[in-house]
Design a protein around this ligand. Structure first.
Ligand code: 5GP
Ligand code: MN
Ligand code: MN
Length: 478
């Protein structure tokens, strides 16, 4: 298989269109050689080649260096299809619609927080309901739910969670206007009814970190980051509601697909033309689920702020929102393809936006330096903040990796890790972990690739620039 892959640069590889007859475009892999060798171990490149067969796909199917196997599409995958007639595929967005990461920054330094970590992690764990199917303090039914699905993060602000200023620091201001709640099933709404403000299962987390290192002073200053500063990462998505939207539409698309004469190499890649009735219905329901996720993260941020105040009182100060990005979503965007601007449907599945300086889709305060790209690593290693660069618009439809990427399956890692021992080991390193033993085992640092390699690859490629490195201090796991 490696013989089929052509090296283009040290960080870029290509499987040519000639590799398989049904490919419409080549498949490209952003990775260094070490990461590439890892990637060859699972089915993700097979999946990447399959994605290159989607109707209307433009330029290339792409994977980021954190790639691993997913449902249909690989996680870490990016694909742009022609607007409006190209394919939209729920597998290219994922079951957790608008899973994403949010970064809040405090005014406290590491030394001011260090001695309160045990209390802080217990308090965060008490404030933020977590675990599979767990219900929260906020309940929304009927018209109220429809409002959440239409307004996204704005609904949360209107109900006292966070402030209006937050909205400009959320991708798409935390609200996609195409959302149509009437296209979200009763079952999906029921599943979401008591899940706003909840974290969900294992891979989702709230994490307290400190800034260990600044790589770019100017950009760090623009983002308001400094060495030693304590920050909070929030990672979750649209919970049961988004999962049900994906389930509902994958099922109905599988039935509708033959009508459009679409042939695909894997049924998990089920898709329909974006401008078909089914395509539009899914897209509008997906936007509604994305809004639910933004509302969820906005509420969780308020829960974090409550815990913060309980522990630090007045001295704790505010937790300012630096940015909130989606990493499982499809967006209508314009990119330069074949030397002219073209409207495309960009599927990002385990990939985030990385728009560079000057983009009018990023907060004005960051316009000169590019958008923040938030890359969590693992609860035992580190995470990164990068800044999107113009090169991403040339190479990856303005996208970047979304994490270190899983290396071992949940089952494999559970066999190798003893959760209570791991929890103790992390505590000795100064990292306080709360959460189910199952969650802790499945998310052990060894389950993930080396985030340093992933981030270095991204930086070498020029699609994003390192700004800051974050070290974990306390982690709340689902
Ligand atoms: P995913 O959205 O694919 O579940 O996860 C995104 C990324 O989050 C993973 O690729 C992994 O690198 C990272 N990650 C998972 N658990 C943790 C954690 O507890 N802390 C941090 N900082 N990152 C994590
Ligand atoms: Mn998720
Ligand atoms: Mn995620």
């Amino acid at each position: 298989r490696k013989a089929d892959i052509r090296k283009i640069e040290d960080y870029l590889w290509e499987i040519p269109k000639s590799f398989r007859q049904d490919m419409h475009v080549p498949a490209r892999i952003l990775a260094n050689e070490t990461l590439l060798n890892d990637i060859l171990d699972d089915r993700s490149l097979n999946q990447l080649v399959n994605v290159a067969c989607l109707p209307g796909i433009k330029e290339a199917s792409l994977v980021m260096p954190d790639v691993h196997e997913g449902y249909g599409f690989p996680i870490g995958g990016v694909a742009a299809t022609a607007h409006p007639e190209g394919a939209i595929s729920p597998g290219g967005i994922g079951y957790d619609i608008n899973c994403g990461v949010r970064l809040q920054v405090s005014r406290l330094q590491r030394q001011e927080v260090e001695n309160h970590l045990e209390k802080l992690s217990k308090e965060l764990n008490a404030q933020i309901p977590s675990g599979m199917g767990k219900s929260g303090h906020v309940r929304v039914y009927g018209d109220e739910m429809n409002e959440v699905l239409i307004k996204g993060a704005k609904w949360a602000v209107e109900h006292g969670y966070g402030s209006k200023e937050d909205l400009q620091y959320i991708e798409s201001n935390g609200r996609l206007s195409f959302a149509d709640p009437t296209l979200v099933s009763i079952m999906a709404k029921n599943r979401g009814a008591d899940q706003l403000g909840t974290l969900g299962s294992g891979n989702h987390f709230v994490e307290v970190d400190y800034v260990e290192k600044i790589y770019d002073d100017d950009i760090a200053q623009t983002y308001g980051l400094r060495e030693g500063q304590v920050v909070v990462l929030i990672h979750t998505g649209s919970r049961g509601l988004g999962h049900q939207v994906a389930t509902d539409y994958i099922r109905s698309m599988m039935r509708a697909m033959p009508k459009y004469g679409i042939q695909i190499p894997d049924r998990e890649l089920t898709c329909v033309p974006f401008n078909s009735e089914e395509g539009q219905d899914y897209f509008k329901a997906m936007c509604a689920a994305a809004n639910f996720a933004w509302c969820n993260r906005q509420i969780i941020a308020a829960e974090v702020a409550d815990a913060w105040e309980t522990v630090f009182g007045e001295d704790g100060g505010e937790l300012r929102l630096l940015y909130d990005v989606a990493h499982n979503i499809a967006k209508i965007e314009t990119h330069t393809i074949e030397n002219r601007p073209q409207k495309v449907i960009v599927h990002r599945k385990g990939a985030t936006r990385a728009f560079g300086p000057g983009s009018d889709e990023i907060p004005q305060a960051y316009a000169k330096v590019g958008q923040p790209v938030i890359i969590p690593g693992s609860m035992g290693t580190c995470s990164y903040v990068l800044a999107g660069a113009a090169k991403s618009e040339e190479m990856t439809f303005g996208s970047c990796c979304h994490g270190a990427g899983r290396r071992l399956s949940r089952t494999a890692v559970k066999k190798q890790v003893n959760a209570p021992v791991l929890k103790q080991e992390l505590k000795e390193k100064g990292i306080f972990v709360e959460g189910s033993y199952r969650g802790i085992a499945e998310e052990a640092p060894m389950a993930y690739k080396d985030v340093n390699l992933v981030v270095d690859t991204v930086e070498t490629s020029g699609i994003a620039k390192k700004v800051a490195k974050l070290k974990p201090m306390a982690v709340i796991k689902g």
